[in-house]
Design a protein around this ligand. Structure first.
Ligand code: NDP
Length: 330
């Protein structure tokens, strides 16, 4: 086993969190029960905030960054996991309070591990990553709301060309929904059509402040943007429709009124991937296994080496990354 290995570590530099590459040994890792050889990780918006220093994601330092990892169990002190098991870890505080996936080896609590679904390779599981698994959680929440299942009216996906958006469009289209994509990047329209979107809305249209109740357009929505965009989406949702709120790429505020909720029965469903219980995770992975077209997944994914992460982090926070990025940590 490699004695020294490379990791991307966030540490304190004059009171600021700064990311840099560092050589670690197994003795540096936390004393958790399962040692995993990490083969792939990924890049999510939160990783961008953590690595670029634009958001205070790490709540203790030093912190190995990376919200996700996929790899192979090397050693386990827990009977549920054995050497050679292929595993995926999404969230559970990685990169915030727990050391994460931007490293060749990591020690993890057994309860954080998900067995790699048979449908996917380790690399594909990271092409999905937290962004894709969150898109599946959002669909799970919308379908559980019940009132939109099999509805043929339009479902809106905001932040469409990003990670959550791209996977959401692909999954919704495969499940028979009519999908409209909202993007600020007109150059991605062909890409978004390829994923299954059939309608398009300029994101500037949704970002401008609008009325409390607007013309009804959407039976459901998956929103990665927040702020005025989410307020407008709620105000444009049909009677008994539902909006799954996942993100804050446009802002963490919500300048909305209660009108869509009390006059149209619109539901606002919150999505939290980090500490979602296993049953929800399993249902989300089942949706991915059932409905994610692997060619579409490949079309939305690029692979990058660990060494490119500092630049990639800047790019995702600037809204320049299209689809999903797999990080090869080998
Ligand atoms: P990406 O950066 O890949 O996608 C975000 C997309 O939002 C961009 O591609 C862009 O889409 C759009 N966008 C970016 N900036 C703005 C802006 N200022 N105003 C309006 N739209 C904007 O990120 P992810 O897909 O990884 O994550 C999306 C969001 O979901 C993030 O806020 C992230 O923190 C959150 N998230 C939450 C999770 C949870 O558990 N709730 C889990 C995973 C992610 P386009 O170019 O098409 O307009």
């Amino acid at each position: 086993m490699t004695e020294h290995f490379r990791a991307l570590v966030i540490d304190d530099s004059d009171g600021k969190p700064v990311a840099g590459f560092r050589d670690l040994t197994l003795a540096d890792l936390p004393n958790h029960d399962v040692l995993v050889e990490v083969l792939f990780s990924t890049l999510n918006y939160k990783d961008g905030l953590a690595v670029s220093g634009k958001g205070r994601i790490a709540r203790r330092l030093p912190m190995v960054a990376g919200v996700d990892l996929a790899g192979i169990v090397v050693e386990s002190r827990n009977p549920d996991w054995k050497p050679d098991d292929k595993v995926v870890v999404n969230g559970w505080g990685m990169s915030e309070t727990e050391w994460g996936g931007y490293t060749r080896f990591q020690r993890l609590k057994p309860e954080w591990l998900t067995r790699l679904p048979e449908t996917f390779t380790l690399e594909e599981s990271m092409a999905i990553g937290t962004a894709g698994y969150t898109a599946a959680l959002a669909i799970e929440a919308l379908e559980a709301w019940g009132k939109i299942k099999s509805d043929k009216r339009e479902i809106l996906v905001t932040g469409a060309a990003g990670g959550v958006g791209s996977v959401a469009i692909s999954l919704l289209a495969a499940r028979g929904y009519k999908v409209t994509a909202s993007t600020g990047r007109p150059e991605t329209l062909t890409y978004l059509s390829g994923l299954g979107a059939t309608g398009f809305v300029d994101r500037a249209e949704l970002a401008a402040k609008g009325g409390a109740l607007q013309k009804e357009r959407w039976v459901g929505a998956i929103d990665s943007v927040g702020s005025t965009t989410l307020a407008n989406v709620l105000a444009q949702t049909f009677q008994s429709g539902a909006v799954a709120a996942c993100g804050l790429a446009g802002g963490a505020d919500l300048p909305a009124t209660v009108m869509p909720h009390i006059l149209r029965g619109v539901a606002l469903l919150g999505i939290n991937s980090v500490t979602a219980p296993h049953a929800e995770r399993d249902r989300a992975w089942a949706i991915l296994a059932e409905s994610l077209d692997r060619q579409r997944l490949a079309a939305m994914t690029t692979i990058e080496p660990l060494s490119n992460l500092p630049q990639l982090a800047e790019d995702i926070v600037a809204g320049k990354i299209r689809g999903r990025v797999v990080v090869d940590v080998t």
